[in-house]
Design a binder for this molecule. Structure first.
Ligand SMILES: [Zn+2]
Length: 445
């Protein structure tokens, strides 16, 4: 069974980050890029380097530290932008320069004030320059879906000849319809010389709520890359949602016989992390990642789901990493429950790292009673940021007294100083004794 592989191009950090209220700092972008790596996306569009120093730095740092996926940087079709993008990307294991230029008459006339001939020439020149720097070049004719089709074909042909390896077809304004978009992809495949050598990509906006449907229509007609974002964030009504595209292809494999390299069990954690970083909550009824996406309220549904989940569930919550809702984490939760939830959130910890997470968890749980995933993600991040030095050597100990004093104050949670105790001090409990039930349940209570 040879299913075509679909490249998942995530632009949460670029198109998504451009949307109101979703801006992120360099640290936050780096954190999210690491999560996108865990999620298994093929391409991370890390930013638009010429746009700001922050964007430049984010692209540079992500390039240096996230090594598996392709890292893309956006550039307008001019030398300055392309050089700046390359400067930010050049340390990436697999860099990609993404060049764009509007091609619709309305954009040419009112925004760029250039003719079609000038547009064609500029696109060709820009791609040639980018291809001289980097072997992986994507070109996007902005507003492609409102571009005269024969002219779009001409542009595509020119940029392929100039060295583009991916041709993206943006529905920049969210105007197209599924059949129409599919037809456009088919026309490009039929009419453009050299198109078989490159990857055709979709980039759909959600102004009419059709971004995912349009993307899938594009895939059915031969597009092999999909550009999308976590939670569908992006300009105006947003971009096509990664989780919806991936799960549509997975749940309806019969209609969409394609493969994507996404580890779907990391979807929920990615969504949560993005919402937590941007403080933009996910709409409760959002498909796949919304709070209510797997909630069954109606009695008859609950009854059905309890008898057999397949009565009302087309996919399991576990398949997208939604934690078991019956599992509520509080101070009486043991290490095993905590380890399980961490794993569900995308953080499989080894024993000694878990010690540190658990220690902080107990302190926090004592204060806020019910530990939500967002709290846990924050806490995990603290532990990760603290790095290996905070992780105790096996056999180190910590006194009850110290834990108790940290929980006693009504103020903020203070991270415990570490190493916190002297081995063998009275009232201490051994870190190495991981299987003791007593240790599991009595800490910090
Ligand atoms: Zn866009």
């Amino acid at each position: 069974m040879d299913r075509p592989r679909i490249t998942i191009f995530d632009t949460t950090l670029r198109d998504g980050e451009q949307s109101p209220g979703c801006s992120m700092n360099v640290q936050e972008k780096l954190r999210l890029a690491q999560q996108l790596d865990r999620l298994g996306v093929d391409v991370i569009e890390a930013g638009f380097p010429i746009a700001s120093d922050g964007d430049f730095e984010a692209v540079q740092r992500i390039s240096a530290s996230v090594r598996r996926p392709i890292i893309a940087g956006l550039a307008r079709a001019c030398k300055g932008d392309i050089d700046r993008a390359w400067e930010a990307l050049k340390d990436a294991a697999r860099p990609r320069i993404h060049v764009f230029l509007a091609t619709s008459d309305i954009h040419l006339k009112y925004k760029l004030r250039i003719t079609r001939e000038q547009c064609l020439e500029q696109a060709r020149e820009a791609v040639r320059h980018a291809a001289a720097l980097c072997s992986d070049v994507e070109f996007s004719p902005e507003d492609a879906t409102r571009t005269d089709v024969p002219f779009l074909c001409q542009v595509a042909e020119a940029v392929i000849a100039a060295g583009a390896t991916t041709v993206n077809i943006p529905d920049t304004v969210g105007y197209t319809m599924p059949e129409e978009y599919g037809q456009l992809i088919r026309t490009l495949l039929e009419k453009v010389a050299g198109i078989e050598k490159v990857t055709i990509s979709t980039h759909c906006h959600n102004d009419l709520g059709l971004a995912v449907a349009n993307s899938l229509a594009g895939v059915q007609e031969g597009a092999r890359q999909v550009e999308c974002t976590i939670n569908g964030i992006g300009e105006r009504a947003g971009n096509a949602s990664l989780e919806e595209i991936v799960m549509a292809m997975r749940v309806r494999r019969d209609r969409y016989p394609y493969e994507a390299g996404i580890a779907s069990e990391h979807i929920f954690a990615s969504s949560q992390m993005l919402a937590e970083i941007t403080r933009v909550p996910v709409q409760p009824n959002k498909a796949i990642t919304g709070r209510n996406a797997f909630a069954h309220e109606a009695g008859i549904h609950q009854d059905g789901v309890l008898k057999n989940p397949l009565t009302y569930e087309i996919m399991t919550p576990q398949s997208v990493g939604v934690p078991d809702s019956r599992l509520v984490l509080g101070k009486h939760s043991g290490r095993h429950a905590l380890a399980l939830r961490c794993e569900q959130l995308g953080y499989p910890f080894e024993r000694r790292e878990l010690d540190e997470v658990y220690r902080r968890f107990v302190v926090l749980a004592d204060r806020i009673k019910k530990v939500q995933d967002s709290h846990l993600l924050e806490l995990i991040e603290e532990v990760k940021a603290a790095g290996g030095k905070k992780i105790p050597p096996a056999g180190a100990t910590i006194p009850f007294a110290r834990v108790a004093s940290a929980t006693a104050g009504a103020g903020e949670v203070r991270p415990l100083p570490f190493p916190a105790a002297v081995s063998g001090a009275p009232g201490s409990i051994s870190f190495s004794d991981h299987h003791s039930d007593q240790e599991d349940y009595l800490w910090g209570v």
